[in-house]
Design a protein around this ligand. Structure first.
Ligand SMILES: *[C@@H]1O[C@H](CO)[C@@H](O)[C@H](O)[C@H]1NC(C)=O
Ligand SMILES: *[C@@H]1O[C@H](CO)[C@@H](O)[C@H](O)[C@H]1NC(C)=O
Ligand SMILES: *[C@@H]1O[C@H](CO)[C@@H](O)[C@H](O)[C@H]1NC(C)=O
Ligand SMILES: *[C@@H]1O[C@H](CO)[C@@H](O)[C@H](O)[C@H]1NC(C)=O
Length: 609
């Protein structure tokens, strides 16, 4: 494998001068009909090189650096064209045999069964019921999409998709209703996860478990403030240890925390997510909080709790058997400068990456926070002891990455230095607006759809964080549907289908071109569900959920495409992109999928700044 890639790479370098004419001679001039022409990895080695350059790339441009996929000042549209030739082709078999293709959910967003199942209350129960005006339409996760009772049918959906992995989270309070073992274990909850895991395995689907997906036990919040206190570390250790003991014989892929950046910032700096804390000047108002300190404290305690869980995992013998691994799931977008000619914007993009991803990945790799953050935040940044620092470096077997797209970065115009917060510390605006690559589109939450950003991000993680194993734990596309679409409209999700295709394509390239150690890909999400404060009308599902008719599930076009891709044994599937030729890649979206500019709550970046 490694030799093949090296050969490919060397071949690529030496062929760049001759491949251009090769391209022209070997390929028929494409017409609309032959967009699907097979120029895949299986045709021949040389052809594959052609896909890197893409038959539609501007090959006369002398400035084009063939060896560099991303030029800092390139127009992003053209750049996309050069990365994804419209006729590039990828096949299930291009991915390593043990590669996992799965779907992803989290407990609170899908399970329901708040009552009558022995589950204890969490910060999300409190948040949705105490501040319904902070949640779109006053929605809550009391019922979710009833995964708790329908999980067997939902596993059939996973089978239908031909996926071989499923990522879910264990609700802490479904195991320990009051957060600790001495206050009681809910055996019904233990049984639920046991049954779920067994049913998955019986269907050939590998479980991938996240221990904390934002649901902090309310009892611990009331006792000592949850993650504001270091006491959470030992309680989390106990919970993790219990889960390893109960489920570690069968679950081989564990993550401690999901998106600790969002948990810290949206929950404690912006107050937009549970527990809804922020300083008095943030809008909308929070009853209490301190945006200048709390996000950093909460982040620090999550890192220490991760470390405690990793220690327990290393002690669990049966967990290690069969290649058990422990990691963390971090969200990162890719950041481009809003004006690529502005050094301030270039710096703003780098800074964003460090504040979003490096905040956690740096301590977990190098044992300390990123230099920019330490320098700027100074005494507000908590410190690790030397011992913690050393242990942290050994605490990750893989990095889980949630990638949804890109933002354009530029320094914030005004920062009031008396109103410190994560956003003020970052001091960067993340926007979808720019004027150099007008064809890049954004989703209903205002995230720029940018598959090439995933390739850049994976390369960045490989180069800057010691080449870890990576699982993409979430990737998917949101759209708005308040339930008024009819079934045909709701299941015909052309945009999402193209979104997923293009990201799978880019992963193939990352593995082949950059030798990134990518091990799995999970689509967010299996089905529509409770999208936190954005409620049920922001939808991500490969399956549409009809909330007007007993939450029936219907496979969308995106799901159908994925199942065909994953099922392909011999036949090749075409990946090409409408509108690519003149405009660069951008999936065509329905108008209704665009952001309502007035609704700040739905705007993704407003969880951070
Ligand atoms: C960046 O500067 C170059 C040279 O002045 C110019 O040609 C190019 O259009 C500029 N790009 C943008 C996006 O403004
Ligand atoms: C800056 O923040 C302080 C403290 O909250 C506030 O009193 C002041 O009005 C703010 N200044 C501006 C220009 O908003
Ligand atoms: C970020 O930039 C957009 C325009 O691109 C602007 O509408 C918005 O107000 C800015 N946000 C902040 C917090 O400055
Ligand atoms: C669904 O809505 C579309 C667009 O409004 C319409 O063309 C179509 O006929 C509708 N289908 C059904 C089955 O009602």
């Amino acid at each position: 494998m490694a030799t093949a890639i090296l050969t490919l790479f060397l071949g690529f370098l030496t062929l760049t001068s001759t491949v251009l004419s090769f391209n022209d001679e070997a390929r028929p001039q494409p017409s609309d009909e032959d967009l699907g022409t097979v120029i895949g990895p299986y045709t021949s080695f040389d052809d594959e090189l052609g896909t890197v350059i893409g038959p539609h790339a501007n090959v006369d441009d002398e400035d084009m650096d063939m060896g560099t996929i991303v030029g800092p000042h390139a127009n992003l549209d053209d750049e996309l064209g050069t990365i994804i030739g419209p006729e590039f082709e990828i096949h299930r078999h291009d991915f390593p045999e043990d590669f996992i293709f799965g779907t992803s959910v989290s407990a609170y967003q899908v399970e329901g069964a708040k009552k009558g199942s022995g589950r204890g209350l969490t910060t999300w129960d409190e948040f949705t019921h105490m501040f319904p005006d902070k949640v779109e339409k006053g929605d809550d996760g009391d019922i979710g999409v009833d995964f708790y009772t329908r999980y067997k049918d939902d596993i059939k959906l996973m089978k239908e998709l031909k996926t071989n992995g499923f990522r879910f989270s264990i609700a802490w309070t479904r195991i320990f209703p009051y957060g600790t073992i001495k206050k009681g274990v809910n055996m019904e909850g233990v049984k639920f996860y046991n049954d779920l895991i067994d049913e998955l395995l019986a269907n050939g689907i590998q479980p991938s478990v996240t221990l904390f997906h934002w649901e902090s036990p309310l009892a611990l919040e009331m006792e000592y403030g949850g993650f504001l206190s270091e006491r959470i570390v030992e309680d989390f250790r106990e919970f993790a240890k219990f889960c390893f003991e109960k489920f570690g014989d069968r679950v081989k892929n564990w993550a401690t925390f999901n998106e600790p950046t969002v948990y810290s910032v949206a929950g404690y700096s912006k107050g937009k997510k549970a527990p809804g804390r922020c300083s008095p000047w943030e809008a909308p108002k929070c009853p209490t909080g301190d945006s200048s300190m709390e996000p950093y404290t909460v982040a620090h305690n999550q890192i220490l709790a991760h470390l405690a869980a990793a220690e327990e995992f290393r002690k669990c013998k049966k967990c290690q058997e069969g290649g058990g691994k422990i990691g963390i799931v971090l969200v990162s977008h890719w950041f481009e400068p809003k004006d690529p000619n502005s050094s301030k914007d270039v710096e703003a993009a780098r800074r964003s990456l460090e504040f979003q991803l490096g905040w956690f990945l740096s301590p977990l790799t190098y044992g300390h926070y990123p230099t920019r953050m330490l320098k700027d935040l100074n005494i507000r940044m908590p410190e690790f002891t030397e011992e913690e620092s050393e242990k942290l470096k050994e605490s990750l077997d893989f990095v889980g990455l949630n990638y949804y797209g890109a933002f354009f970065s530029t320094p914030l115009a005004h920062v009031n230095s008396s109103q410190l917060s994560y956003g003020a510390d970052l001091s960067v605006n993340w926007t979808a607006e720019q004027n150099h690559s007008p064809h890049l589109k954004s989703t209903s939450m205002g995230i720029v759809i940018y598959p090439a950003g995933l390739m850049k991000l994976l390369k960045h993680i490989k180069d800057e964080y010691m080449d870890p194993e990576i699982y993409i734990m979430e990737n998917g596309m949101d759209e708005i549907d308040d339930g008024s679409k009819n079934l045909t409209e709701a299941t015909n999700d052309y945009g999402r289908k193209e979104f997923i295709k293009s990201h799978i394509l880019i992963m193939g390239k990352s593995i082949r071109m950059d030798n990134v150690r990518l091990k799995g890909y999970f689509v967010w999400s299996l089905m529509d569900n409770f999208e936190w404060e954005k409620g049920y009308r922001i939808r991500f599902g490969l399956y549409y959920v009809d909330f007007n008719d007993n939450m029936k599930r219907y496979m969308r076009s995106s799901g159908k495409w994925l199942s065909e891709f994953l099922d392909s044994k011999e036949s090749l599937h075409k990946c090409y992109f409408e509108g690519h030729r003149e405009k660069g890649y951008a999936p065509k979206l329905f108008d209704t999928e665009y952001l309502d500019p007035e609704n700040l709550r739905l705007r993704y970046a407003s969880d951070f700044i």
